[in-house]
Ligand binder design. Structure first.
Ligand code: GAR
Length: 200
């Protein structure tokens, strides 16, 4: 079984979904570490409740991304982490981590990339009055939500869609899709075709 680390910045509902499947024996992985860039974030409480070690840092305490990523790297090595799962981690991954974990970092994003990359994808979809949005899981490269796409799942926006209702729809998809794709990536090294074009 591979040792994985989840990186998160906020509430960590996706982190929790991963904790739940690991604890239920439905994801063949050891959840070895939570990395969080916001002291006080709810995801840290979730990690504590689940007995998962966490590493928390503040980017502004370091002089560069390389500096804090070197520290993260040391933690990842200490916990023998082999695969990184970004789940609401609101920072770009730099070359220090990308070099060490090439092809072994995935991210989940709340839109159908390349639409609405970056921050507040849900707000962007609402402002654009999009008819469809969704969820993308992709490998991470040096760009902002630009790496090779693994899977996407669509969600239809209703006429009176609100931020809250769209976020709920997206979270519902994310909490099922991420664990199932992780299981495929970690155990089969790939994703089967039927997962690639599922419409919600
Ligand atoms: C998720 O919806 C995730 O897709 C998004 O942040 C949310 C975190 O929710 N990620 C991004 O926007 C990355 N660009 P959570 O903290 O409840 O898991």
């Amino acid at each position: 079984m591979k040792n994985i680390a989840v990186f998160a910045s906020g509430s960590g509902s996706n982190f929790q979904a991963i904790v739940d499947v690991v604890q239920a024996g439905e994801l063949d992985a050891n959840l070895s570490l939570l990395v969080c860039d916001r002291p006080g974030a709810i995801c840290l409480e979730r990690a504590e409740m689940a007995g998962i070690p966490s590493f928390v840092f503040k980017a502004k305490d370091y002089s560069s991304k390389e500096d804090y990523e070197n520290e993260i790297l040391a933690e990842l090595k200490k916990h023998q982490v082999e695969f990184i799962v970004l789940a609401g981690y609101m920072r770009l991954i730099g070359s220090t981590l990308l070099r060490e974990f090439e092809g072994r970092i995935v991210n989940i994003h709340p839109s159908l990339l390349p639409d609405f990359p970056g921050k507040d994808a849900i707000g962007q979809a609402l402002v654009a009055r999009a008819k469809w949005s969704g969820v993308t899981i992709h490998f991470v490269d040096e760009g902002m939500d630009t790496g090779p796409i693994i899977v996407q799942e669509r969600v239809r926006l209703d006429k009176n869609e609100t931020r809250k209702s769209l976020q709920e729809k997206i979270h519902k998809i994310e909490h099922k899709l991420y664990p199932s794709i992780l299981q495929m990536l970690l155990t089969q090294g790939g994703v089967t075709n039927d997962k690639k074009t599922r419409a919600y």
